[in-house]
Design a protein around this ligand. Structure first.
Ligand SMILES: C[C@](O)(CO)[C@H](O)COP(=O)(O)OP(=O)(O)OC[C@H]1O[C@@H](n2ccc(N)nc2=O)[C@H](O)[C@@H]1O
Ligand SMILES: Nc1ncnc2c1ncn2[C@@H]1O[C@H](COP(=O)(O)OP(=O)(O)OP(=O)(O)O)[C@@H](O)[C@H]1O
Length: 286
């Protein structure tokens, strides 16, 4: 009988995203506060009798070859640790693609965590995070999970307390936004207003939902909102429908609204569905 294991790959949201400067290596020095929501992909991993990586998925719209981040993660850990066994990966895709929710990064992180178990490599979380950094800036956080301040290009992590429990309404307009393009259009040296990390950390430490909502901020928002009016429209619509806090996640285009009262959700969901097909109501993972 072959061994089969599963890993959950949750989506992330950026409660705060600040850019400090553009670096010489083309990346931007960032300061972010990231957390997970309970919208997740599920990655199944099963030993293969031959030395090969095979990936399948029910989703017809993602690459299943070496372009897929879960495939890349399996290849990286296999080659780095000289594993000669193979693996069959099956990805049950639930997180919208190219949404600013780190779906691909979380799949890669799930593959690293899972294959460390399946192949009994005994790697620490820190070792898995540093392998993850070779795959993408969001992967180390996705390996670790929870809530964290991320610095550097996103790979230097400091775990903090979870934000107060609340509902998260996610709305993704039907457009594709390239992360590289959004960072490329940002004029980091011309930013005059920066969201405050200490203020958000204090809001979370004090478990003040109102202060968390008031401290949300993302300097990439202006770039994406100016380029894609539909993202701005979703943000304005969320405000009108009465969400307590609203922000674009990552480089977009997904906008999330934080809501404390369950009784408000139906109206917000129905109002958004009026002009946006992809709307999800999930919980913050605390
Ligand atoms: C927007 C966020 O998702 C917020 O969490 C991340 O900052 C981006 O994370 P990611 O998608 O994992 O990004 P990567 O795959 O590492 O990089 C994609 C591209 O985004 C730009 N990039 C990314 C991260 C960063 N700190 N500075 C950048 O300028 C670079 O042009 C890079 O070529
Ligand atoms: N496992 C995967 N799941 C989804 N897309 C993937 C995966 N692997 C590679 N991709 C490719 O990566 C691109 C970005 O997908 P992804 O869903 O990870 O973006 P994202 O949520 O915007 O990421 P981030 O928030 O980290 O910028 C897509 O165009 C897709 O073709």
């Amino acid at each position: 009988m072959t061994t089969k294991i599963y890993e959950k790959a949750p989506a992330k949201i950026n409660l705060l995203l600040d850019v400090i400067r553009k670096r010489d290596d083309g990346y931007h020095e960032v300061e972010m506060i990231m957390t997970m929501v309970d919208l997740a992909d599920r990655l199944e991993m099963e030993e293969l009798p031959r030395d090969q990586i095979i990936l399948s998925s029910q989703a017809g719209f993602i690459p299943l070859d070496e372009k897929n981040l879960a495939f890349q993660a399996a290849r990286l850990i296999k080659e780095r640790y000289g594993v000669t066994r193979g693996v069959y990966l099956h990805l049950d895709k639930r997180i919208p693609v190219a949404a600013g929710l780190a779906g691909g990064s979380s799949d890669a992180a799930a593959a690293l965590r899972g294959l460390n178990r399946l192949w009994q490599l005994g790697l620490s979380t820190a070792e898995l995070e540093s392998l993850g950094a070779e795959l993408g800036s969001d992967v180390p956080f996705c390996v670790r999970g929870g809530t964290a301040i991320a610095r550097g290009r996103g790979e230097r992590l400091e775990t903090i307390a979870s934000p107060p429990a609340c509902w998260v309404v996610l709305a993704k307009p039907p457009i594709n936004v390239s992360t590289a393009d959004v960072y490329g259009r940002l004029r980091a040296n011309e930013l005059t207003r920066h969201p405050s990390i200490p203020r958000m950390v204090e809001a979370i430490r004090g478990q003040s939902f109102a202060d968390v909502c008031a401290s949300l901020g993302n300097v990439l928002e202006t770039v994406t909102l100016n380029r894609y009016p539909e993202v701005r429209q979703i943000k304005e619509c969320m405000v009108k429908l009465g969400v307590d806090g609203v922000l674009m996640s990552g480089s977009g285009p997904t906008v999330f609204g934080l809501v404390s009262k369950e009784s408000k959700l139906a109206r917000i969901y129905n109002g958004l569905r009026g002009f946006c097909k992809e709307v999800y109501v999930v919980r913050m993972l605390t």
